[in-house]
Design a protein around this ligand. Sequence first.
Ligand SMILES: NC(=O)c1ccc[n+]([C@@H]2O[C@H](COP(=O)([O-])OP(=O)(O)OC[C@H]3O[C@@H](n4cnc5c(N)ncnc54)[C@H](OP(=O)(O)O)[C@@H]3O)[C@@H](O)[C@H]2O)c1
Length: 265
Amino acid sequence: MSLLGKVAIVTGSSKGIGYEIAKEFSERGAIIIICSRHLDQSKTAAAKIGGTTLALELDVTSESSVKKFIIDIMDRYQKIDILVNNSGYPFDDSIWNKKIHEGSNDELEKIINVDLFGSVRLCRAVLPIMMQTSSTENQNSNPTRGRGVGGVIINISSTPAISGRVGGFPYSIAKSGNITLTKCIAKEYSGFGIRAYTLALGNIATPATLDSMTEQIIIKAALESPMKRWGKPNEVAKVAATLADDNFSYATGNTIVIDGGTVLI
Ligand SMILES: NC(=O)c1ccc[n+]([C@@H]2O[C@H](COP(=O)([O-])OP(=O)(O)OC[C@H]3O[C@@H](n4cnc5c(N)ncnc54)[C@H](OP(=O)(O)O)[C@@H]3O)[C@@H](O)[C@H]2O)c1
């Protein structure tokens, strides 16, 4: 399987799951845009990954930051083939444990602005570019041969978006919006060969999650899964790379759960 020559944005790729996705894509030949709010951290991540990478600053909550980001990529590579919306609001214990009647609008807005509106902002900026590429490459399409393959968008969600959760409703709401966003992209843009997927993640062992928990909670979380363990970031990255590959050309809009078998849909 190959992503050779594809230009791929992975938001929030300075660390954690985003970093592993960027690394996996790079190993399969893609040109990777490493980005987060901290350019120094993105540059360090890009240097570690090697291959063909471009480190850029991106704040997904800022329209002007997104606009500049896209212009910089287009100036350099003139196309965008893959977008992974992975950026997530930093873990905040005080919000995570609140029930609906205890939470504030401010907390809800802060999380939605990154985890949902961030994905929407990037999709809005990238979809016209993907449509343009598709129109140029697929001028002679027909219904039996199809239009060929176009861009791929992967939105990172979470299992509470499917099953609900006691506590942390702003996060669950934001992540469920990503599932709907994926389905809308599939319905609206499949005619351009553009495909979209959601990855709904369970407990994935990144510093962001592990550092926020006691040893006891880490073990309890592992035992909740039929596989009795946490997932590794690279296990998410391999699924993302497989979906981004042209081999998935007749599947779109799907939610793929990666949680060791806890939430089954
Ligand atoms: N780990 C899990 O168990 C788990 C489970 C379910 C879902 N997820 C989801 O998977 C994604 C990655 O999680 P993770 O554990 O790898 O988290 P992480 O290590 O905290 O990484 C989050 C990334 O997002 C970036 N980011 C945060 N705010 C941003 C903003 N406003 N604009 C652009 N980038 C921003 C961060 O960089 P800066 O701070 O430098 O901007 C960082 O690169 C998140 O969407 C998370 O909700 C994770």
